[in-house]
Design a protein around this ligand. Structure first.
Ligand code: 3SK
Length: 520
């Protein structure tokens, strides 16, 4: 169990501690051609924190934060935390309707926004007028009547004492990406912000101050916040933040900066492998010591291909916005079996339970994962969701798992992605992972589709790799491949070739949309 003093502020632990310890001149953030040291970062955080306090922002007040991946994102979150207020990170692709919902639901009174992402915030404010102040970082010299981020900060002092926050005070209100239905606000305390680092990152990644992190998940996604901001800063390491990073940019950045830890989602690893094999071959990637994959299940074939092309093992992580970060993973140095996700991270316990009775199931039996430990699901103002998500102190993230004989956890599917066909329980992602083994398959999503005879059949949506054309022969070949690799009743009776799959901004496949389409 992790212990923290009752007086605790996450921003102080991530930034000020390094300056106090004489590490102020070390680089915290690389961005474009700039190197931001820990001392620079502290001054930026302090200026913004002072400016917000001067504006009247009080501890506990919510501040909506909306940037692409840029240093302002990290500075804004840390400054809001340092004054005891609560950042509400926004994904950059949220449109007016979603911004309106999040701003209204969170009760945010102030917004810190990049000018290119301003429009939906203005539209939201026309509807509710709940934001008293909007502060805009001008990147394209646009004209507007709001506070200018740079002027707002530069007029303020670079000395700031942190608010006297306690470990259980709220320090982030993060919204789920809404794969199913409306996004839900999830709350996290200063203690939890540090516990994900001191549990997962410290033990599974073994970071040091010499590490250089990079990746392309949005900082608004708690996975990205951890990998690109919280983890490197906690260990006095550096992070390379890249705006709108394409998979090719990641390869170049690893080579240019000597990146040691890469964090991304399976789709981006597959894109690097499928579209940039030559660039991977030509680049010097020898600095990399490990990769983290989360957001979607990692297929064993992607694990193996990354191992042979990049020379690193990917640590697959099961996490969620509700739980703040990863709570099941392997550790660096484990003898990794890529068909399982790993062990509960230090600080967590997991059980696999019968969804109806809540009884713990035996090894080898598929059931709902229940988890408790350093973080847990707490929704912001959604008592009906809260009641379903937590049972007797155990959080139920909604994933179906099997516990193996050596106590590892093997992912089967999301509870909603379990297909019940002719009395069989078929995890859609398991079929996806087998289809993915074929070179013809670029990406796939497997869902249940209504069928007069069987009630539901397994249906695969397949995006083909470049140069492959849909045909009946290819359909049979893919079906036969599945039959030869797993129980034949799991094979997709129906395959539809599509040009792309619907995804959330965090890269999660929106299987619910595909399911709904099948029901129409
Ligand atoms: O949603 C996820 O998949 C996730 C994974 C790791 C860390 C954080 C999150 C939200």
């Amino acid at each position: 169990e992790l212990h923290y003093p009752s007086s605790l502020n996450a921003a102080v632990e991530l930034v000020d501690r390094h300056v106090e310890a004489g590490r102020g001149e070390n680089v915290a953030i690389y961005f474009e051609d700039k190197s931001i040291t820990y001392r620079d970062l502290q001054m930026r955080v302090n200026r913004l924190g002072n400016a917000l306090q001067r504006l009247g922002v009080e501890p506990g007040e919510r501040v909506f934060v909306r940037f692409p991946n840029r240093p302002e994102y990290a500075v804004s979150i840390l400054a809001v935390q340092k004054i005891g207020a609560i950042p509400v990170p926004s994904m950059k692709l949220l449109q007016a309707k979603e911004c309106t919902y999040v701003i209204e639901d969170s009760g945010a009174t102030v917004a810190l926004v990049d000018d290119r992402l301003l429009e939906p915030v203005e539209a939201a404010n026309e509807t509710f007028n709940s934001l008293q102040t909007i502060i805009v970082a001008d990147r394209e010299g646009s004209t507007h009547d709001y506070h200018d981020y740079d002027d707002f900060c530069s007029a303020a002092s670079s000395q700031l004492d942190a608010a006297p926050t306690c470990r259980d005070d709220l320090s982030m209100l993060a919204y789920t990406s809404g794969t199913t239905g409306r996004p839900k606000g999830t709350i996290h305390t200063h203690r939890q912000m540090l516990a994900i680092i001191d549990g997962y990152a410290r033990y599974c990644l073994e970071p040091t101050a010499d590490d250089i992190f990079t990746g392309n998940p949005p900082i608004a996604f708690t996975f990205g916040y951890g990998v690109l901001v919280a983890f490197p800063l906690r260990f006095g390491a550096s992070t390379v933040i890249i705006e709108n990073a394409e998979p090719l940019d990641l390869i170049e950045i690893i080579d240019d900066y000597g990146v040691t830890v890469l964090g991304s989602i399976p789709t981006a690893y597959n894109q690097m492998l499928n579209e940039h094999a030559d660039e991977i071959e030509a680049a010097d990637l020898s600095s990399l010591r490990l990769g983290i994959s989360a957001g979607e299940p990692l297929s064993p074939s992607t694990f193996e291909r990354v191992k042979s092309s990049f020379g690193i093992e990917l640590l697959d992580g099961l996490g969620s916005t509700e739980m703040l970060h990863i709570f099941v993973s392997h550790r660096i140095g484990d003898d990794i079996d890529p068909s399982v996700t790993g062990y509960p991270v230090p600080g967590y316990e997991c059980m696999v339970i019968d969804p109806d009775t809540g009884e713990e199931l035996d090894y080898g039996e598929a059931g709902l994962l229940a988890v408790r430990g350093s973080t847990g699901v707490t929704y912001w103002g959604r008592p009906e969701k809260q009641e379903m998500a937590v049972r007797d102190g155990w959080s139920l993230p909604g994933d179906v798992f099997v516990r193996t004989e050596n106590d590892q956890l093997e992912y089967k599917s999301r509870r909603d992605d379990l297909i019940i066909s002719s009395g069989y329980n078929i995890p859609g992602p398991e079929v996806e992972s087998v289809l993915q083994e074929r070179d013809e398959v670029y990406e796939t999503a497997v869902v249940g589709s209504p069928d007069d005879e069987r009630g539901t059949v397994v249906k695969a949506f397949v995006v083909l790799a470049d140069g492959c054309e849909p045909s009946n022969e290819l359909t049979s070949l893919l079906q036969d491949h599945v039959k030869s690799q797993i129980a034949p009743y799991k094979y997709p009776r129906c395959i539809e070739f599509v040009s792309e799959l619907p995804k959330t901004e965090t890269g999660k496949i929106r299987r619910n949309l595909l399911r709904e389409r099948e029901l129409e």
